[in-house]
Design a protein around this ligand. Structure first.
Ligand code: ADP
Length: 355
């Protein structure tokens, strides 16, 4: 028997908020409800001052839903409905429990690379960090989960389709010391893919669990921009070691970066830190220094949010040319200052046990 959205709402409609005396649905507290293959997820929007008292309501809702026929997993995340985000959760590792976040066999750590906005260089940073960690001798995998614009095959110079000798497991491809699986390797270059929520979640789970990653020290997951289904699914299904947030120093990008950070901390994913990309630009002709998108904004924001600042990457044409040419700058110009900026971040992550 499959559970429907209607039956979930009916069940939640019988649970009463002790203060307003309204049921959770009428009180407008149930947000972002998804019901898929027996898994029920939603956000319970509450007054932060009542967080402790609402734990009993959260538990009651979870129990009532688990008792519904066809429900296999219930995940309720409480969030504050006030505009002020809570401080990021920098600790709090979750344990493996049935239906909860799981480890991938053979993979020691999973690091998500996220951004609030598209085009801030999240994929460029993922590819270079992966190559930089490989250059430090780590066994590195890269999962390109940016379903809206999978660019890792191009950035790592990988083409062709991964094979599946038994029709179930998928053999990833490899270049520059990095084992890669990308949603882009499963579709044709010219194919516009329209993904809906359940398909996205299915594709991500397939890439996490059916790909033969082998023994890895770290698997980097290049997420789509924003705060959507893929991010939620990853945080709920995989034991993520931590998330790195990439942003440009511009205000508009920072606003979205803050939202991304807020979502991960609510989901209980530790925040490793923030990286400022497209920071200082040095003119290749005259050496003049310019701050095209501002400078220092990410460091200031990280300090405000209590998240570590991991470093800055310049806005530099060689970084783009290297990515377009299929060998990240860390590989194509290993001694350049740009490559060294990535290497420093990678070394710090290894020192801190994050990679
Ligand atoms: P996202 O993954 O956030 O959408 P990308 O990594 O695809 O962003 O970067 C968007 C574009 O900006 C690409 O053409 C990329 O080569 C370029 N780019 C990213 N970072 C830099 C940088 N530091 N200097 C120059 N170009 C960059």
């Amino acid at each position: 028997m499959t559970v429907t959205r209607e039956s979930v709402l009916e069940t939640l409609g019988k649970i009463v908020d002790p203060i307003s005396k309204k049921d959770l649905v009428t009180a407008g507290m149930v947000r972002a409800l998804t019901v898929s293959d027996g898994a029920v997820r939603f956000v319970l929007e509450i007054d932060p001052a009542r967080a402790k008292a609402m734990e009993a309501v959260q538990a009651e809702a979870t129990e009532a839903l688990k008792a519904l026929a066809g429900v296999t997993n219930v995940s309720v995340v409480m969030t504050a409905h006030s505009a002020a985000p809570p401080p990021p959760d920098l600790g709090g590792k979750k344990k493996s429990e049935p239906g909860g976040p799981q480890k991938i066999p053979g993979v020691d750590r999973i690091i998500a690379v996220a951004s609030g906005k598209g085009g801030v260089g999240k994929s460029t940073v993922s590819a270079n960090l992966a190559a930089a960690l490989a250059a430090e001798g780590r066994r590195v995998g890269l999962l390109d989960a940016d379903v809206y614009g999978p660019s890792q095959p191009r950035m790592l110079g990988i083409s062709g389709r991964p094979s599946s000798p038994d029709g179930t497991t998928i053999l990833p491809l490899r270049n520059h010391g990095v084992t890669l699986m990308s949603i882009g390797l499963m579709t044709r270059d010219d194919e516009a893919v329209v993904w809906r929520g359940p398909m996205l979640m299915g594709a991500l789970q397939q890439m996490l669990n059916q790909v033969q990653w082998g023994a890895l020290d770290v698997l980097i997951v290049d997420l789509p921009p924003g705060t959507g289904d893929v991010q939620m699914t990853l945080a709920q299904k995989a034991e993520v070691t931590g998330v790195v947030i990439v942003s440009t120093p511009q205000d508009v990008a920072l606003i979205d970066a803050r939202k991304a950070l807020d979502m991960f901390s609510k989901l209980g994913t530790p925040v490793i830190g923030m990286i400022e990309n497209m920071s200082t630009h040095i003119c290749s002709q005259c050496g003049h220094e310019e701050h095209v998108f501002g400078h220092g904004g990410v460091q200031a924001e990280a300090a405000k949010l209590g998240a570590p600042f991991m470093g800055e990457i310049p806005l530099d044409i060689d970084i783009r040319l290297a990515s377009d040419g299929g060998a990240p700058i860390v590989v194509s110009k290993p001694n350049s200052p740009q490559a060294q900026a990535f290497r420093r971040i990678a070394r710090k992550m290894i020192e801190d046990g994050q990679a």
